[in-house]
Design a protein around this ligand. Structure first.
Ligand code: ZN
Length: 355
């Protein structure tokens, strides 16, 4: 997708659904417009610039009295920090990753508000949750790609097997467990590999964006979210089973938030994060938010936010472990692309277009 997301008049404070445990949402002033942002008015979500993202995360950390920690776990080729936010001190460890593809930004906005809610909430539910889980969020894994509003990292001299010469690598093809971080040509992917190894999450969720699709008639509804578990050969059966439990729970959380969910027709290449972290034994899930029109971007941000918060609670309470994983197979396959809705996102180069 190459759609430049346009600034909105202001980003509404995101609030948790009433169905969720009571964790207060904390309003935050909308960031100032990006000087390079398109000048026209629009209803789209106002995205944090890289500098604003750093400032927002620092503000949350400061306000949390030590409950939220923010640190850089690496740098992009242009020297931008890769921010890793952690909260909680419980035994169940979850890792969320957003925006490996620079032009798929919405879940980064969701992550900021999810971290704020889960980290700053001081009610009984939030405090209890933080004793049950440790959440790590690698927010905006591709800041150089974000800066350019393109899919790849920035490495114009690269001759990438997966990526585009003159631009850079497709970060989400360089998680192969057989490739050590020190041999990884993609610093952002290497940082995620290292973070994974040090953090040892039992659950990994990787947030992306896709084009626009609908279920075939007579259903005909537009799909707002597609999800998939690891499909590479060699993923341990137990990891697949736990990934499917995550898929079932995420399907419920998104659906309850008003989303229309399908499976994602992803491939089996082991360099894709969804497959790679399944191969390494974690429950692993890909989430693809559809590239809906600007007036529905806030909805997309909210649904992903709710999914992040809900999964944390499901893992913390143990509800996740009681789910029948076979129910994941009933999530319907993705339908055809909407006419006229083709986006560059669906035509990435290399293995397994998109994702
Ligand atoms: Zn993607």
């Amino acid at each position: 997708m190459r759609t430049r997301l346009v600034p909105a008049a202001g980003m509404a404070a995101l609030t948790l659904a009433a169905a969720l445990p009571a964790v207060p949402a904390h309003a935050e002033p909308a960031p100032r417009p990006h000087p390079a942002a398109a000048p026209q008015a629009g209803k789209g979500v106002r995205l944090h610039t890289n500098a604003e993202l750093a400032a927002a995360l620092r503000r949350i950390a400061r306000a949390s009295h030590g409950r939220v920690k923010v640190r850089s776990v690496g740098t992009s080729n242009e020297g931008r920090p890769l921010w890793f936010v952690t909260l909680g001190n419980g035994p169940r460890r979850l890792l969320y990753v957003t925006q490996q593809h620079g032009d798929e930004p919405l879940a980064t906005e969701s992550a900021i508000s999810a971290v704020r809610d889960l980290g700053l909430g001081n009610g009984r539910a939030a405090r209890h949750l933080r004793s049950k889980i440790t959440l790590g969020v690698l927010v905006r894994a591709n800041p150089d790609g974000h800066e350019r509003n393109w899919r790849y990292n920035y490495d114009p001299d690269a001759k990438p097997e997966y990526g585009e010469p003159g631009k850079g690598y497709d970060i989400n093809r360089y998680h192969d467990p057989a490739v050590r971080p020190e041999d990884n040509p993609v610093p952002e992917a290497a940082a995620i590999q290292r973070t994974y190894a040090a953090f040892r999450p039992s659950i990994v969720v990787d947030y992306h964006m896709q084009g626009r699709y609908a279920f075939p008639p007579p259903d005909g509804r537009e799909i707002t979210t597609s999800i998939q578990w690891p499909t590479a050969a060699g993923v341990p059966a137990d990891a697949v089973r736990r990934s499917k439990q995550v898929a079932v729970r995420m399907n419920q959380a998104f659906t309850r938030a008003g989303a229309v969910v399908s499976q994602y027709p992803g491939g089996s290449y082991q360099g894709i994060a969804r497959n790679a972290y399944g191969l390494r034994g974690s429950a692993s899930l890909l989430v693809e938010l559809s590239d809906l029109p600007p007036e529905r971007q806030r909805f997309q941000v909210r649904t992903a936010h709710l999914s992040m918060v809900d999964l944390a609670f499901a893992a913390g309470t143990g509800a996740l472990d009681r789910i029948d994983p076979a129910r994941a197979d009933a999530i319907p396959p993705r339908g055809p692309e909407l006419p006229g809705a083709r986006s560059a996102h669906d035509h990435g180069h290399g293995h397994d277009n998109a994702a």
